[in-house]
Write a protein that binds this ligand. Structure first.
Ligand SMILES: [Zn+2]
Length: 440
């Protein structure tokens, strides 16, 4: 039932992700002999996300399995964290197969483009889909590279931002290397730099308002294993928010259409996945602008939400996002050691293990019960390992959770209609956009 479409190599994005410093501390605490940070991990230390000061190690989440649960990881050697899940997918890949250098599993055939003019049932006033058979990659920037800032399109978007009247703070970009490399920026609280200290503004979405509501999100796709995730979500009748990278959207436009037509929310995650605080204003505008444009060209609608790669946002990135009508969505963070990041991205590169990712998930569940709001978790659909851990373990466990979770896209968890996820269909009366005017 699966065709043998072979996975194209997935490029620079892997290099762009740093390890999560929080998990380093946890890994030491929970799993003395879990795979050590690979050489790749230390070479990624320059990413902005890797610079947060690690604080004291989190309490172990090694759990006593509740009655009736499945104990997946007895720890005879003490090597790996012990995790028990309320439910798993009977067809899940064994954990021993969800590893670095796992052979590429066969992928489902890519969907064919939707007929031009088709409309998603989830949005009553949606425009018809564009005809993507004429989409020309040569009309877009090179894949996975920061787009040039002197193209006519970007010059227009820069002008639009200037015309927006939004005041962009004048402080300089950060330098590569994250918090340790930027002591002055870290100390400057007026920047409100989330990466180093978790500062947020009222305009940031970091949780869902209602307790036990999970704003489900997957980042960095669409990608070759996304169809497996979509099949599972369909089966379970779940909808998600997908923060898509522009370079992936132009590579898999029919898959992006399938997500959108299936009732999922599509949102912006830049063109080439850089740490936005390290970029100039013009470079940030180019990253967000091209990502908005490819989504509009494939779907006919322009997202109203964005997620900064690595959560790397400060007041300069916020202001530019606002001027481009984008509301930032990060993920829940209740303390330096309790960020709702599964670290699933790092199984593929061998920086972490699937067992550690599930231990992180259990930590998140423990924290969910302590907060009065809902929550948003960082997960990815770029690599097969993160899709396998989601469909085999995390989602089945979440669906069996008591009390039951309400699991839905971010726009829905905010109690807004799906139409408010896009500029063209947003209800400006009930949900004023940060700003309107720029055209894509
Ligand atoms: Zn990302």
């Amino acid at each position: 039932m699966k065709s043998a479409l072979i996975v194209a190599s997935l490029p620079l994005l892997a290099l762009a992700h740093g390890p999560n410093p929080h998990q380093h501390a946890r890994r030491q605490n929970l799993a003395a002999s879990a795979p050590a940070s690979s050489p790749a991990a230390s070479s990624h230390a320059s990413s902005a996300a890797s610079g947060s000061p690690a604080s004291s190690a989190a309490a172990s989440s090694a759990a006593v399995p509740p009655a009736g649960s499945t104990s997946l990881f007895p720890t005879p050697t003490g090597a790996l964290p012990s995790v028990s899940l309320a439910s798993t997918n009977p067809t899940a890949l064994p954990l021993a197969s969800i590893v670095v250098n796992a052979p590429s599993a066969a992928t489902q055939a890519m969907p064919t483009p939707q007929p031009a003019g088709a409309k998603p049932s989830a949005i009553s006033n949606a425009p018809g889909l564009p005809d993507i058979s004429t989409l020309l990659p040569s009309n877009y920037p090179a894949l996975d590279k920061p787009p040039p800032t002197d193209s006519p399109q970007v010059l227009q978007w820069i002008q639009d931002v200037q015309n927006s009247g939004v005041k962009i703070p004048t402080f300089a970009p950060t330098v590569a290397g994250g918090c340790p490399a930027n002591p002055a920026a870290v100390a400057d609280q007026t920047r409100c730099w989330w990466t180093c200290g978790g500062c947020t503004r009222q305009t940031d979405v970091t949780t869902c308002p209602d307790k036990y509501t999970w704003g489900l999100t997957y980042d960095d796709g669409p990608a070759p294993y996304t169809p497996d995730l979509l099949s599972y979500l369909d089966q379970a009748n779940l909808k998600s928010t997908f923060f898509v990278v522009g370079s992936r959207a132009i590579s898999y436009p029919a898959l992006l259409q399938q997500e959108y037509m299936g009732g999922h929310q599509i949102a912006v995650h830049t063109w080439s996945h850089p740490s936005l605080t390290t970029l100039t204003n013009e470079e940030i505008i180019a990253e967000l602008g091209w990502s908005k444009k490819i989504i509009k060209d494939v779907l006919g609608v322009t997202p109203t939400m964005m997620r900064p790669p690595f959560g790397d946002i400060d007041d300069r990135v916020r202001a530019i996002s606002q001027a481009m009508d984008l509301t930032p969505v990060i993920w829940t963070r209740i303390s330096p050691m309790a960020t709702f990041d599964t670290d699933d991205f790092n199984i593929h590169g061998g920086v972490t293990s699937v067992q550690q990712v599930l231990a992180n998930w259990e930590d998140i569940l423990g924290n969910v019960s302590t907060i009065n709001t809902g929550f948003i978790v960082l997960e990815h659909d770029l690599f097969q390992q993160s899709v396998e851990v989601a469909t085999g373990y995390i989602l089945p466990d979440a669906l069996a959770h008591q009390p039951a979770f309400r699991i839905e896209p971010v726009v829905s968890c905010l109690n807004l209609p799906m139409g408010d996820a896009y500029i063209e269909t947003n209800n400006n009366g009930t949900n004023p956009l940060p700003l309107s005017g720029a055209s894509y």
